[in-house]
Design a protein around this ligand. Structure first.
Ligand SMILES: CC(C)(COP(=O)(O)OP(=O)(O)OC[C@H]1O[C@@H](n2cnc3c(N)ncnc32)[C@H](O)[C@@H]1OP(=O)(O)O)[C@@H](O)C(=O)NCCC(=O)NCCS
Length: 386
């Protein structure tokens, strides 16, 4: 099998590479399925080994369009893998029309080769071969590259609600004997704070119940996947099925769930997608062994019956029931909270960054439809499943 496209990459800012030209190879679905790229170059840093879970999740995407679908780029220099980045095939709607989108996943450059423009070159190539290219949950350093390349930026405000004190105490005291005494005290303080917050919280939704759903019911698809915004990501039944049954990193504590909020007669008034992830080290502060719950996406079908805050309260019930140490929720731009997040015990904590690029031929008028109006959520790209 032959790798189809190899370019001698244009180097950023005129830097030259001592070990010869950098080549960027496109690995398509057929090659990726056969793992052809794993046998072609020397990969001392093991960059191409992404693990079985991620590989099979990517291959199972309902939006893989055929054997030529690009799945991965490999940056190679003198026969050695120096960087790579995957594509997760997805679907985005522009007006009434669906388009394939290549979501960025897993860009990594060999530490010995960083700061030479390899990631920038890979992203240029990812952009060049995609009619729509997007990223959800870019790292701070990667975000700088996307900005320099002129991608459209979306930022979601991240809110976090602490549920348990244990990870924080362990972060600062480790196994020190004082941690044994302090942990229950800190838990009690947190519980008191939560009771105080509950008194300020808006009234809880009445008469509605949560119903776990293994899949999106087909009769809801036209509404959930309806034209909510000019630019919006796909929310079809196949997308839900994929997102509910795949994850890149296995851990017994990890799970995703879809819940419907229903009336007593089972009529749905809202839906929500949540996930639980175990982190050996959570956040840049490195809280150890943390179970983090996230509200990935949601939709309210009956706004007169349920407010966004009511839905978030129900999502917190689900995630606290899973034993989460903290709950995060990333709100899209323009989402007005009117201070209510604090009344539910959430504090603002940084941002989640997303980036999009549309090929000129698509004629997307970003002036008429600016990024803050796009329905792209924290559940998009590889962010929810990774
Ligand atoms: C993030 C990561 C992919 C960047 O790779 P990289 O090849 O070092 O990135 P680049 O060289 O293109 O850009 C890095 C810096 O080098 C500078 N640079 C670009 N071209 C250069 C060149 N030819 N020579 C020297 N420096 C250059 C860039 O300006 C950039 O500066 P900045 O840090 O101020 O933004 C790499 O650090 C990595 O693998 N990190 C771990 C995984 C990760 O975080 N992945 C991102 C997931 S979202």
């Amino acid at each position: 099998m032959k790798i189809a496209a190899a370019d001698v990459a244009t180097q950023d800012r005129g830097y030259t590479m001592a070990a010869g030209p950098l080549r960027i190879h496109v690995v398509d679905l057929e090659m990726f399925t056969a793992r052809a790229e794993m046998r072609m170059w020397h990969d001392p840093a093991g960059l191409l080994d992404i693990g079985e879970r991620q590989r099979s999740a990517m291959l199972a995407s309902p939006f893989c369009a055929g054997p030529r679908t690009p799945m991965r780029l490999v940056a190679e220099q003198a026969g050695r893998v120096v960087g790579k980045g995957e594509f997760l095939p997805g679907r985005i709607w522009i007006g009434k029309h669906p388009h394939p989108v290549n979501w960025a996943a897993g860009l990594v450059v060999d530490p010995a080769y960083r700061g030479q423009g390899i990631a920038t070159t890979l992203d240029r190539k990812r952009r060049a071969i995609s009619s729509v290219f997007g990223a959800c949950g870019a790292s701070v350093q990667h975000a700088r590259i996307y900005r320099r390349l002129g991608f459209h930026e979306i930022s979601w405000q991240r809110y976090v609600r602490p549920c348990r004190a244990r990870p924080v105490v362990r972060r600062y005291l480790g196994d020190h004997p004082a941690a044994k005494v302090l942990t229950p005290l800190a838990e009690a303080a947190l519980a008191t704070g939560r009771r105080a917050v509950a008194m300020l919280a808006p009234p809880r939704p009445r008469g509605l119940t949560l119903q776990p759903a293994g899949a999106l019911p087909a009769d809801l698809e036209p509404i959930v996947n309806g034209p909510s915004a000019f630019i919006r990501t796909d929310r079809s039944c196949p997308w839900f099925e994929w997102v509910l049954t795949h994850q890149f990193h296995p851990d017994p504590g990890n799970r995703q769930a879809l819940h419907l909020v229903v009336e007593p007669d089972r009529q749905p008034v809202a839906w929500m997608l949540t996930r639980v992830r175990f982190h050996e080290r959570a956040s840049h502060r490195g809280f150890p062994d943390t179970l983090l719950g996230s509200v990935g996406d949601w939709g309210i079908l009956e706004p007169r019956r349920l407010t966004w805050m009511g839905l978030l309260q129900l999502a917190c019930d689900v995630l606290e029931g899973c034993g989460c140490d903290a709950i995060e929720c990333c709100l899209p731009p323009g989402h007005r909270t009117r201070g209510l997040m604090r009344r539910l015990g959430f504090v603002p904590l940084g941002k989640l960054y997303g980036f999009m690029h549309f090929a000129l031929g698509l004629g997307v008028d970003v002036g008429a439809h600016p990024p803050r109006t796009w329905a792209i959520r924290a559940a998009d790209g590889d962010h929810f499943v990774s």
